[in-house]
Design a protein around this ligand. Structure first.
Ligand SMILES: *Cc1c(COP(=O)(O)O)cnc(C)c1O
Length: 435
């Protein structure tokens, strides 16, 4: 099989026009190919595990809208549920049964969640969870880990700080220093620095927020010692442990990373898969904490379109599909097959790689060293990744357009897709070796 998807004339025309109207031509920066160069294909439609762009190129999709499409594009059960909701009305600004139905599913599936509030994005979920943790504890300090991404929340837009225990400074213009003054940034997987931070600041820490498997510096896996010690320290100091499972929720297990690792946080944030492609986020946790949220409690958080019936219908169909079809064994099988395809392809082409994978989340790092935190992820050869990325894109394989993202497999990818991806990956690796 050999495909050529390198003709992008219509995408280039649309991108040039979009760039005059929308900053950078995109409504979210990760789509713009800034890290790899070139023009992003503009998509026309999605079918199961495939995307077709406006030039008629067809791609095997390993992004799945950056996570949500666990069962591929336009799954019939999800479409049917959305269509049913549309017939009744798109939004009422009043309570509906659909909200309770989705809340009930979330509470029954995610171990840490006794009560849940629906919002409209992952960013809203993490922003609100931090506020609730601060309101609940009466403290202001938070810890985040370098390389973890929690949406574009002011207090969490601090990425730097590898190595030393650094006090946060904003990583975007427009975020005032005051917004991050209470944010402590620590290296991922460094249990010793975590202990020291709690020893010094423990009684001022409202919350620790963490991606329990990181996707946003590429896929990085926590050690069980690190997660276990984090749980113990938060408990000991009365600090709210927040698992940001916007990416890992419903992807690694029906109950997310917390189910997979057997570590239960106090609060959890969700998004992506929860909305099945519609804009939905949620935060939840222990009932005593969630009862602080208005109007039950005094911590204010609101949303005109929160719990929107169309979005709730999509989410409900998604979670019911997960329950009825239990896709995780199949996702593991596909993930493991894809990992070995990449390993074999890189090995035969003589390109050193380090591959991290948990289930259907995977990153091929262009380095021969293990990747366990931001410092080790940053040692990857990003120019080489960009060349490999374009080698795959031109052969009909659509990967995340940055070394520091995870790719996602869906339950509707086929064994043939995985083999075809391996063939394309080897050809792309061989181009790198020849360069
Ligand atoms: C995507 C993501 C977010 C942000 O969600 P948005 O819906 O893009 O606001 C937050 N946390 C994690 C772990 C994510 O992967």
């Amino acid at each position: 099989m050999s495909v050529d998807t390198s003709v992008r004339a219509e995408s280039e025309r649309l991108f040039r026009r979009a760039a005059e109207l929308i900053p950078g031509g995109v409504n979210s920066p990760a789509r713009a190919f800034g890290a790899v160069g070139g023009t992003p294909p503009f998509m026309r439609r999605g079918d199961a595990a495939y995307l077709t762009d406006v030039d008629g190129n067809r791609f095997i999709d390993y992004i799945g809208s950056w996570g949500p499409h666990l069962f591929g594009h336009r799954h019939p059960a999800i479409l049917q549920s959305i269509e049913g909701a549309l017939e009744i009305g798109t939004s009422f600004g009043a309570p509906t049964a659909a909200e309770g139905a989705l809340a009930e599913l979330v509470v029954s599936m995610v171990p840490s969640i006794e009560m849940v509030r629906m919002v409209n994005s992952g960013t809203e979920a993490t922003m609100s969870a931090i506020r609730v943790a601060r309101g609940f504890t009466g403290r202001s300090g938070i810890i985040k880990f370098a390389g973890c991404y929690h949406g574009h929340v002011d207090s969490l837009l601090v990425a730097a700080g590898s190595g030393a225990l650094t006090l946060g400074c904003p990583s975007s213009p427009g975020v005032p220093a005051g917004a991050t003054a209470d944010t402590l940034v620590l290296p991922y997987n460094d249990t010793e620095q975590l202990r020291q931070a709690f020893a010094v600041n423990g009684d001022q820490l409202a919350a620790v927020i963490i991606e329990p498997v990181v996707g946003n510096m590429g896929c990085v896996i926590p050690t069980s010692e690190f997660l276990g010690e984090l749980r113990r320290l938060c408990h000991h100091h009365g600090t709210v442990l927040i698992f940001d499972e916007v990416m890992t929720g419903f992807r690694l297990a029906a109950g997310g990373a917390q189910e997979l690792f057997g570590v239960t946080p106090d609060m959890t944030t969700l998004g992506k898969i929860l909305g099945a492609g519609m804009p939905v986020g949620a935060y939840g946790g222990r009932a005593d904490i969630m009862k602080c949220v208005s109007p039950a409690g005094r911590v204010y958080q609101a949303g005109t379109l929160s719990g929107n019936p169309v979005a709730m219908a999509a989410g409900r169909a998604m979670l019911e599909l997960i329950r009825s079809s239990s896709p995780y064994a199949r996702l593991e099988q596909l993930g493991s097959a894809l990992e070995s395809q990449f390993r074999g392809a890189a090995g035969r082409a003589g390109i050193p790689v380090s591959i991290n994978r948990v289930g259907s989340m995977l990153t091929v790092f262009m380095t021969d060293q293990p990747v366990t935190d931001l410092a080790s992820a940053s040692r990857s050869d990003t120019a080489r990744f960009a060349a490999w990325f374009h080698g795959l894109l031109n052969r009909g394989v659509y990967l995340p357009c940055s070394q520091f993202e995870a790719m996602f497999i869906s339950a509707v990818h086929t064994d043939e897709d995985i083999v075809a991806t391996g063939v394309a990956a080897e050809a792309a690796f061989r181009e790198l070796a020849a360069a």
